[in-house]
Design a protein around this ligand. Structure first.
Ligand code: ZN
Length: 402
């Protein structure tokens, strides 16, 4: 879930204090001086978009050239299978007409990581963003997790959707039989006890985000003042426990230090399921959608581990420098991310039904439209397949096979 609202609006980055050289190479290999004012996010985003448009034009040109060659003209357009690393569609709210399986079949969506929200009763959207508003008593988080697991199981049973439990299930999903990955946003239900991981795994959990919006014994959150001094030992145990059991570790909502320390602590397979890459990253005092952004340096570290970064569908109406404002812009942003971290590390993490008001994507039909736009741009087929689902399927299988 995102933090769509404001948090200390007066604490945004000060203007007029940056150097004139690119401090964070948004464009890989770029080291040329910036001719524009680097102190405004708007200028940064505009230039990035300009560079992207040039790249798209090149890609489109290459595709047109390719299609004019003999034997290429009649080739059917690729229809890559979709995987979504983070979705709540039809799970958080009782929406009887979602019919997830039908939606997945109709749109060629093979795999959806379906995330229950284990701190849901203790968080609220407030004027300052999503915040913790209550204190769970001992046992409350575990009981809520069990309750939500039963809801998840009941809906899957009604829709005839199987859980993806093994690498073979993931292959079947990506071959056309829709599966759901049981995911939890987050690991609060452990209540600090890594021993519960085995029970959750036995229930079908295969994708675990470590922290969310309530204070966690595992580490700091992107959206609140840090409380931990370094990564607690219990977090290392949980991450290593996930590796041994075959559960994919999701670092979304955690701080840059947390990402670094998690990567050092274990060889567990990791993803960052949902948010967006922002050149300057975010701070907990920023507006929610900025606080939740991922800095390129952390994104590249996750990519170097073989992980995948998912793009969410949150809309931010009052910020013209924020890049995700339409289905077409979502496709643009996917390509920009591929330039930052490499196409093998990019995926979809829509946050459907959890992305706040008026999200850019609301259904899997919208996500198929994104894919169609990527196909039209002439991205190489292997790159398309990876971004649209293959990358997530790859890392999930690697985690499951541990
Ligand atoms: Zn979230």
């Amino acid at each position: 879930m995102p933090a769509p609202s404001a948090r200390r609006p007066g604490t945004r980055r000060r203007r007029g204090s940056c150097s004139t050289r690119c401090a964070d190479r948004v464009w890989p290999g770029c080291s040329r001086p910036r001719a524009w004012n680097p102190c405004t996010d708007r200028a940064e985003a505009a230039m990035t978009q300009l560079l992207d448009r040039r790249r798209f034009a090149l890609l489109a040109g290459a595709a047109l050239f390719g299609s004019s060659l003999p034997g290429r003209a009649q080739a059917p357009a690729p229809r890559p299978r979709i995987a979504d690393m983070h979705s709540h569609l039809g799970l958080l709210k009782p929406v009887p007409d979602v019919r997830l399986r039908e939606q997945m079949e109709a749109t060629g969506t093979g795999l959806v990581a379906w995330a229950l929200v284990d701190d849901q009763p203790w968080i609220r959207s407030t004027g300052a963003g999503i915040a913790q508003v209550g204190e769970p008593r001992p046992g409350d988080l575990w009981n809520w997790f069990l309750r939500e697991s039963r809801v998840l199981d009941a809906r899957l049973l009604r829709w005839g959707l199987p859980k993806a439990l093994t690498p073979a299930d993931v292959d079947a999903a990506m071959a056309g039989t829709p599966h759901v990955v049981m995911a939890s946003e987050s690991a609060n239900f452990l209540e600090g006890d890594p021993g519960r991981l085995a029970q959750a795994h036995a229930m079908g959990l295969r994708h675990l985000q470590l922290v969310h919006y309530i204070a966690s014994p595992l580490g700091d959150l992107q959206t609140t003042a840090p409380r931990h001094n370094g990564m607690p030992a219990v977090a290392r145990e949980v991450i290593e426990g996930c590796r041994k059991l075959g559960i994919l570790v999701d670092l979304a909502h955690s701080t840059p230090d947390f990402v670094d320390q998690a990567l050092e602590a274990s060889q567990a397979r990791v993803v960052w399921s949902h948010s967006w890459i922002r050149a300057a990253g975010g701070r907990w005092q920023d507006w929610g959608y900025i606080a939740r952004s991922l800095a390129p340096q952390q994104a590249r570290k996750i990519a170097a581990r073989g992980g995948v970064i998912g793009l969410w569908s949150v809309r931010a109406r009052r910020d013209s420098s924020y890049p995700i404002y339409s289905i077409r812009a979502y496709a643009d942003e996917i390509v920009r991310m591929a330039d930052i971290v490499g196409p093998q590390a990019v995926g979809f993490g829509t946050d459907l039904d959890g992305a706040g008001p008026d999200p850019v994507l609301a259904t899997y039909a919208d996500l198929r439209e994104v894919v169609n736009l990527l196909v039209q741009r002439g991205l190489p087929e292997a790159m398309l397949e990876g971004i649209c689902g293959g990358n997530y399927a790859r890392v999930l299988k690697q985690a499951m096979a541990a």
